[in-house]
Each structure stands twice: as structure tokens, then as C-alpha cells.
Ligand binder design. Structure first.
Ligand SMILES: NC(=O)c1ccc[n+]([C@@H]2O[C@H](COP(=O)([O-])OP(=O)(O)OC[C@H]3O[C@@H](n4cnc5c(N)ncnc54)[C@H](OP(=O)(O)O)[C@@H]3O)[C@@H](O)[C@H]2O)c1
Length: 341
């Protein structure tokens, strides 16, 4: 490798996991208030798979380096940097342009590995220092790389927007990155967690990670009623990642005045649902899209202070990126899929 180029995984020539190619990118010198990060680990989110498959944005310009979640070491800084210095261990924020405050169209157009440009499946990236957050001393790069998208989304749903309190009952759906972290954060907040999943083997993992009750939604298609019965009718928050196929059940299961955190659309994005279940019962339908950098910092403090250990399911090397994406597509994982760089 020459000093002017780095290895990267890029989507070239069309959509599809089989179009992911190990290629080279320029090593870019940081400009004013920018830093170059030598990336050591990344993690995949469902969004990355959807982007690669051309579903997330069929008009996405190619080539693009996918991936939003990365962690590494600052190896160079431009003039005027105040937040970071060479040698700092950092994690990259999902929305480099959303530092704090209300979301706006401009802030939400900065997501890495998508509308905001090339992502983290590469050896180094040059980025505004404002998008970087220090990693707690005892945290590995692999663990830090699990946090920016799925975990911050779960944190926003449970803590920032959901305002879960001790004694509340939270329902999580499935064993993906968002849901497993939501389980861990909800337990940290003192909530009771009812988790759903598709298989007995994954149910065992959920119990080991602290779920109070697990419902196999294949064996029990009316999982919403089963959850409501387990909660004596009082489900305070549902982490809704299923979308079209689960929203009606969530609306029937949530208590009056409860909150459905609308996060994912795994079973479809267009739903015909009974709106009176929300209207007449004052249910809050709360869209969640990741969070801002200050919330990422707050979450990192909470993870460190409470010893939360994000669940890493599989680890692949950069050159095995296709296998990492295929593992996600086959839903073999529980928690996060990490790529070491
Ligand atoms: N709005 C945001 O900011 C944001 C951020 C991150 C993710 N998301 C979205 O949230 C969803 C989950 O993302 P992720 O990264 O956690 O995905 P992931 O890691 O790929 O999780 C997929 C898992 O979800 C479960 N699942 C699949 N279909 C389901 C269904 N119909 N009902 C219930 N569970 C189902 C399966 O687990 P089991 O086999 O255990 O059921 C599957 O393994 C995606 O739609 C993603 O786009 C949104």
C-alpha cells in the first residue's frame, strides 16, 4: 500500500452484495477543523444492507463506500482543531451535521455511507472534528463501532423520546442490532422487558441478555395479545421495528397513553392500520431516526457507567465484507455484525 491510498470496500457498477469490491481510495489530508481517523472497526446496520441492495435509495450515486458506524484513532488533524488531537480514540457520529437540537432536513441529509457520502468500510476517513466523539478508555474499537446507529436509535427510543421509567414494561421485536440494545438500555432504566423472536435458539440468547419474557412470534402469531397478558395490560413502550406486519398488533397491545417508537420497516413500509386505536386511546406514535451527537455522548457515558456490553454476534475482516452482509441478509445474527479493519 502506498501512503496515498487506502483499502476500502465500495459498491461499484450497480446494486447488490455481489457488487461490493475491495478497492482503493485516496488518503485525504484533513482541512481546517477536520481530522483523519485510522479506522479499526465498523459495524453493519440494516440500512447498509438496504443501501447495497438499492432499496434504501434507488437513486443513490455510485460508487459509494457503505457503512455509517466506525471507530479508530485520529492520525492527522487540520488547522484549528479543538475537539480532537492525534492519538485520540474516537467513534464517528452517524449524522456528522446533526450535533444538537431539533432535526432538520439539512441535518438529516448528512448520514454517512448514504446521502452524506462515503462511509466507514475503509482504512481511513477524513471528517469534520465535530462528528467525532471520544471512546471511553476501557472500551474496544469493536464495541465502540456498534454504537452510532442502531444503539443510538434504541437509546433515543427508550431514554430521550420514550422517557422509560423504572417499573415500565417495554416490548422489543426481534434480535437485531436496534432491538438487542433497546433490551439492554431498557433493563438499565429499570424496566421489565418482553422480547419477541423467531426461534427457540434466539429466545435463549434473549433470556441470557436479560429479557424477562420471550415470545416466539412464529409459534405465537398473536404475540401482541400474549405480551399484553404477560404485562397485565400495561405495556408502556414498544420498540417497533417490524413495520407494516407488526404495527396493528403493536397498536392493540400498547396501553392507553403509551408510546410506539416507530423505528423500522422490516416487513414493509406501507401499513393499513386501525388509527382509532391510537386516536381514542391517546397513543403516541413516535418516529425515531438515530439521534444527535450530544445524545451519542450521553449514551456513551451511560454505557460506560453501567457496564453495558453491546452484543457482538459475528466478526468479519474487511475483505470478508460480502460475507458480513450475507449474514445480515440471512438474519443469522443476534445483535451486531462487526467488521475489523
Ligand atoms: N430509524 C432509524 O434511525 C433506524 C436506525 C437503525 C435501524 N432502523 C431500522 O430498524 C430495523 C432494524 O434494524 P437493525 O439494524 O436492528 O436490523 P437487523 O440487525 O438486521 O435485525 C433484523 C432482525 O429483526 C427481526 N425481524 C425481522 N423481521 C421481523 C418482523 N417482521 N417482525 C419482528 N422482527 C423481525 C429478526 O430477528 P428475529 O429472528 O429474532 O425475529 C432479524 O434478525 C430496520 O428496518 C432498520 O432499517 C432504523
Amino acid at each position: 500500500m502506498t501512503d496515498t491510498s487506502i483499502r476500502a470496500v465500495a459498491l461499484e457498477g450497480g446494486f447488490g452484495v455481489d457488487r461490493l469490491t475491495l478497492t482503493r481510495r485516496e488518503r485525504i489530508a484533513p482541512g481546517p477543523r477536520q481530522a483523519r481517523v485510522r479506522l479499526h472497526a465498523a459495524s453493519l446496520n440494516r440500512r447498509d444492507l438496504l443501501l447495497v441492495e438499492g432499496v434504501y435509495n434507488p437513486r443513490q450515486a455510485l460508487p459509494i463506500v457503505p457503512g455509517s458506524d466506525g471507530a479508530g484513532v485520529v492520525e492527522a488533524v487540520g488547522s484549528g482543531c479543538r475537539r480532537v488531537k492525534v492519538g485520540d480514540r474516537v467513534v464517528v457520529h452517524f449524522f456528522p451535521g446533526w450535533i444538537a437540537g431539533e432535526p432538520t432536513a439539512e441535518k438529516l441529509a448528512t448520514g454517512l455511507g448514504g446521502p452524506g457520502g462515503d462511509g466507514v468500510l475503509r482504512e481511513a476517513m477524513t471528517i469534520d472534528e465535530d462528528a467525532l466523539v471520544a471512546i471511553p478508555a476501557e472500551m474496544s474499537f469493536e464495541t465502540a463501532a456498534t454504537l452510532p446507529c442502531a444503539a443510538l436509535t434504541a437509546w433515543s427510543a427508550i431514554v430521550e423520546l420514550g422517557r422509560v421509567r423504572p417499573g415500565d414494561t417495554v416490548v422489543t421485536q426481534g434480535t437485531g442490532g436496534v432491538s438487542i440494545f433497546a433490551l439492554q438500555v431498557a433493563k438499565m432504566c429499570g424496566a421489565r422487558v418482553i422480547a419477541t423472536t423467531s426461534s427457540p435458539a434466539k429466545a435463549e440468547r434473549l433470556h441470557a441478555l436479560g429479557a424477562d419474557h420471550v415470545i416466539d412470534y412464529r409459534a405465537e402469531p398473536d404475540w401482541g395479545r400474549a405480551a399484553r397478558n404477560l404485562a397485565d395490560g400495561r405495556i408502556d413502550l414498544i420498540v417497533e421495528v417490524g413495520g407494516a406486519g407488526t404495527l396493528e398488533s403493536s397498536l392493540r397491545a400498547i396501553r392507553p397513553g403509551g408510546c410506539i417508537a416507530l423505528i423500522g420497516v422490516l416487513s414493509g413500509a406501507k401499513a393499513a392500520v386501525t388509527l382509532t386505536l391510537a386516536v381514542m386511546r391517546q397513543v403516541r406514535l413516535q418516529g425515531v431516526t438515530c439521534g444527535d451527537r450530544e445524545q451519542l455522548e450521553a449514551m456513551l457515558r451511560a454505557v460506560a457507567a453501567n457496564g453495558i456490553d453491546p452484543a457482538i454476534s459475528h466478526t468479519f475482516a474487511l475483505e470478508e465484507a460480502r460475507a458480513a452482509f450475507e449474514t445480515m441478509r440471512a438474519e443469522r445474527h443476534v445483535g451486531k455484525i462487526v467488521v475489523t479493519i
